[in-house]
Ligand binder design. Structure first.
Ligand SMILES: Cc1cc2nc3c(=O)[nH]c(=O)nc-3n(C[C@H](O)[C@H](O)[C@H](O)COP(=O)(O)OP(=O)(O)OC[C@H]3O[C@@H](n4cnc5c(N)ncnc54)[C@H](O)[C@@H]3O)c2cc1C
Length: 645
C-alpha cells in the first residue's frame, strides 16, 4: 500500500487545479474544425461535404478484409458473451486467439510489429465488438485506444516506441491509469507523485483507481505529479517492477469480466527514459490521448444500436398482442422509427469523425467529444427502448430465456454493459463542459479582459477599444446576415431544407452565445444549463449535417441503400429541428434559477423530510490499513484471472 502520508505533501487548491486544467488545454487550432467554426456562427459545410464514405466490403484492403473475417470467426466460434458475463473472466483461449490474430496491435504501426490499421479499419472492429461483447471491447480498447500504444504513438520518443510498441502489439496488455479516489472528472488535482531522484530517475508513489485491464496488464501509462513543481507527467510503468501492487479488483453492474483494478505504487523506480513526451506535459498527453482514443466508444455504440434495432425489428413483427404485431401499434412503431433514425445518424457522425481522424487534415477534438457524448446518449435511449419493446423478456437473462426454450437475447446484459459509456472516458457532463469551454473560447480571447479581475480599469478600456470593438463591430452584424434558403443547398434535393435550417441555426447559435456572455458576464461559466443547451444545439446540428451529407454521398455513389438512407436522414432532421428550436427557446425561457435554488435547499437537507420511511444506506467501512475500505481479499493464485501479475 502506498505511503498515504507522503501523498499528503501534495496539496492542490481549487484555483490551482483550474489553472492546471487550463494550462493543459490545447489552445492552438492549426487545422479546421467544423464545430469550432459553428460556435463562431460559420456553417462550414465544405468541411463535411463531400461526405467521406467508408469503403465497402469489396473496396477494403484485402489484408484488412482477411483480418476482419478471421476476427468474426473468432467471435462466432470461440467467444460466448453469456459465459464471459457469467464467469466474470476473459477465457484464456479467447485472449490467446486475439493475440494470435494480432488484435492487440491493430492500431500499432507495422514497423513496430502491429497491423497498422487506419482508424476506419480499427473502428469497424470496435463496431463489430460493440454489437457482440462489451467486455472484449473494453479489453482491446483500454489497451490500444487509451493504453500505452496511443500516447506512445503520439508523444513517445523513438527509443520508447521501439522498447514497448512491439511488446504491446504481441499482446502484452496495457492500461491507462489516470483516475484516483479523490479525482475522477477533475484529473488536474491528481495526487500520485513522481519525485525526481538524484540520478535522474523518478520515484512513483500513490494509488490509481478503476484502472481497466489493471489486473492483467504488463504495462501502464501512469500520470503523476512532481510534488514540488506540481507539474504532471506521464510515464510507462511495468507492472512487475518492485512496488507496483494490485490492491483490489473492482466489480461493476455490467462489464463483469473487466479486469479493473486499484493499483498502488510504493517507491517505484521509473527510469528517466520512461517519461512520455516532456516533463510537465502529462495531463495534456492524457487529454490528447483521450481526444482520439474516445472514438472507440461512439463506434462501439453504433454496433450496439444496430444489434438492438435488429432485435426489436424482429420481435416487433413477431410478437402479437391485442390482435396485431406490436410493431403495428403506434407507440411501438414510433420507437422503431426513432431507433432506425438515431442509428443512422449515430453512424453518420461516427464514420465522419473517424474519417476526419484518418485524414489528419482536421482538428477533431470537438467532433470526437460530440460523437462520444451524442452517441452514448442516443445509444442509452436505444437500449432502454429495446428493453421496453422486448417487455418482460428484455428484463430476463439469456440463460433463463434459454432454459425456458426461448431465444437467448440479452437486452438486460446489453443494458448493464452499456451504461458505463456515459461515465468513463469523459462523462456526459464533462464532454459538455469541454465543448462549452471551446464554444466561448474566441469570445474569451477577445473580451476576456473585461471579466478578468486581475486587469485594471485602464487595461480593460484599452482592450475594449483595441480588441473588442473592432472584432464585434464586424462579427456581430454578419451573424444576422446569411442565406440558407433555395437555391443554396439545391444539390441536396429534398434534404436541402434541412441544411438551410442548419445554416440559419448556426448563426443564431453564435448570436445566442454572444448574448449569453453579455447578459451573464463572468457568471456564464457557472451557467451550465445555458452552456449545455448551446452544446446540445451544436451536436444536433452536427448530426443533422452529417446525416444529410452522408445520404447525399450514398446517392452520388449509387449505393442501393441511398433512397432508404435519405428517408432516415429526413426523419432524423425533422426531429432534430424540433429539438433545436426547443433548446434555443429554453436558453431564455426556463426554470434554471429556480431549479438551482431548490437543489441548494436539497443539499442543505431542507427537503430531507421526503426521505422518510426508507431503510438507511450502509455506512462506509472504516479504512483499515493496509487493505482499503471495501476491499475483498485477493483471490488465491490459482483463482486469479489469466495473466494476473
Ligand atoms: C468501469 C470503469 C472503468 C474505468 N476505467 C478507467 C481507466 O481505465 N483509467 C482511468 O484512469 N479511469 C477509469 N475509470 C474512471 C472514469 O473515467 C471515471 O469514473 C470518470 O472520469 C468519472 O469520475 P468519477 O466517477 O470519480 O465521477 P466524479 O468526477 O466524482 O463525478 C460524479 C458526477 O458529477 C459529474 N461532474 C463532475 N464534475 C462536474 C462539473 N464540473 N460539472 C458538472 N458535472 C460534474 C460527473 O459527470 C458525474 O456525473 C473507469 C471507471 C469505471 C467505473
Amino acid at each position: 500500500m502506498a505511503d498515504r502520508e507522503r501523498l499528503g505533501k501534495v496539496k492542490v487548491s481549487e484555483a490551482e487545479a483550474m489553472e492546471v486544467a487550463e494550462a493543459s488545454r490545447e489552445k492552438e487550432w492549426a487545422r479546421p474544425s467544423f464545430l469550432r467554426e459553428m460556435f463562431l456562427g460559420e456553417f462550414r459545410l465544405d468541411l463535411l461535404h463531400p461526405y467521406p464514405l467508408p469503403p465497402t466490403d469489396e473496396e477494403e484492403r484485402p489484408e484488412f478484409r482477411a483480418f476482419y473475417n478471421a476476427f468474426r470467426e473468432l467471435l462466432r466460434d470461440e467467444v460466448d458473451p453469456v459465459e464471459i458475463d457469467h464467469t466474470g473472466e476473459y477465457p484464456e483461449h479467447v485472449v490467446d486467439g486475439l493475440r494470435k490474430l494480432g488484435a492487440f496491435g491493430m492500431k500499432i504501426p507495422k514497423e513496430y510489429g502491429g497491423l497498422g490499421f487506419t482508424q476506419i479499419e480499427y473502428q469497424k472492429i470496435m463496431g463489430l465488438l460493440g454489437s457482440y461483447d462489451g467486455n472484449l471491447s473494453a479489453l482491446l480498447s483500454a489497451h490500444q485506444s487509451i493504453g500505452v500504444p496511443q500516447p506512445l504513438k503520439l508523444f513517445g520518443s523513438d527509443a520508447l516506441k521501439k522498447k514497448y510498441l512491439p511488446r504491446c502489439a504481441a499482446g502484452d496488455i496495457s492500461a491507462f491509469a489516470l483516475t484516483e479516489a479523490q479525482v475522477g472528472s477533475d484529473p488536474a488535482r491528481l495526487l500520485t507523485s513522481a519525485e525526481r531522484t538524484d540520478d535522474g530517475d523518478y520515484l512513483l508513489n500513490g494509488e490509481k483507481l478503476w484502472c481497466t485491464n489493471g489486473t492483467i496488464a504488463k504495462l501502464l501509462v501512469v500520470m503523476a505529479r512532481d510534488p514540488e513543481s506540481k507539474k504532471i507527467s506521464a510515464f510507462v510503468v511495468e507492472t512487475d517492477w518492485p512496488g507496483v501492487r494490485v490492491e483490489h479488483r473492482c466489480h461493476f453492474m455490467g462489464l463483469r469480466a473487466l479486469a479493473n483494478a486499484v493499483i498502488s505504487f510504493e517507491d517505484v523506480r521509473v527510469p528517466a527514459e520512461n517519461l512520455i513526451g516532456e516533463e510537465g506535459k502529462g495531463l495534456k498527453i492524457a487529454l490528447t490521448t483521450l481526444n482520439d482514443g474516445r472514438l472507440s466508444i461512439p463506434n462501439g455504440s453504433v454496433g450496439l444500436a444496430k444489434a438492438a434495432l435488429e432485435v426489436c425489428r424482429k420481435w416487433s413483427a413477431e410478437r402479437v398482442q391485442w390482435g396485431k404485431p406490436i410493431g403495428k401499434h403506434e407507440a411501438i412503431a414510433h420507437k422503431l422509427a426513432d431507433m432506425a433514425a438515431y442509428t443512422y445518424a449515430m453512424e453518420a457522425i461516427a464514420d465522419l469523425t473517424t474519417a476526419m481522424s484518418d485524414s489528419h487534415s482536421f482538428d477533431i477534438r470537438l467532433e470526437a467529444a460530440a460523437c462520444k457524448e451524442w452517441n452514448t446518449f442516443r445509444g442509452w435511449q436505444i437500449v432502454d427502448e429495446a428493453m421496453q419493446i422486448r417487455g418482460g423478456r428484455g428484463y430476463e437473462t439469456e440463460r433463463s430465456l434459454e432454459a425456458r426454450g426461448e431465444q437467448p437475447i440479452g437486452v438486460e446484459r446489453m443494458m448493464r454493459d452499456y451504461r458505463i459509456n456515459k461515465i468513463f472516458e469523459g462523462s456526459t457532463e464533462i464532454m459538455h463542459l469541454f465543448m462549452a469551454r471551446e464554444a466561448v473560447d474566441k469570445h474569451l480571447e477577445i473580451a476576456g479582459s473585461i471579466i478578468d479581475p486581475k486587469k485594471s480599469g485602464q487595461e480593460k478600456m484599452v482592450d475594449f477599444f483595441q480588441k473588442m470593438l473592432p472584432f464585434y463591430a464586424a462579427w456581430y452584424p454578419t451573424r444576422w446576415v446569411g442565406w440558407g434558403r433555395y437555391p443554396r443547398f439545391a444539390e441536396f434535393g429534398a434534404l436541402a431544407g434541412h441544411l438551410g435550417f442548419c445554416e440559419r441555426s448556426t448563426r443564431k447559435l453564435a448570436r445566442e452565445i454572444f448574448h449569453g456572455m453579455v447578459v451573464h458576464g463572468p457568471k456564464l461559466q457557472n451557467k451550465q444549463a445555458f452552456l449545455f443547451r448551446v452544446v446540445d444545439v451544436a451536436n444536433e446540428l452536427f448530426a443533422m449535417a452529417a446525416s444529410v451529407t452522408r445520404a447525399h454521398a450514398l446517392a452520388e455513389a449509387r449505393r442501393p441503400e441511398a433512397a432508404k438512407a435519405a428517408e432516415l436522414a429526413d426523419l432524423f432532421c425533422r426531429m432534430g429541428r424540433r429539438r433545436v428550436r426547443q433548446l434555443l427557446r429554453d436558453l431564455w425561457s426556463n426554470d434554471d434559477s429556480r431549479k438551482y435554488r431548490v437543489a441548494q435547499r436539497v443539499l442543505e437537507g431542507k427537503h430531507s423530510w421526503l426521505e422518510t420511511n426508507i431503510m438507511p444506506q450502509p455506512p462506509a467501512r472504516a479504512m483499515k490499513p493496509p487493505a482499503m475500505a471495501g476491499v475483498e481479499p485477493e483471490p488465491a493464485p490459482q483463482e486469479r484471472p489469466v495473466g494476473t501479475h
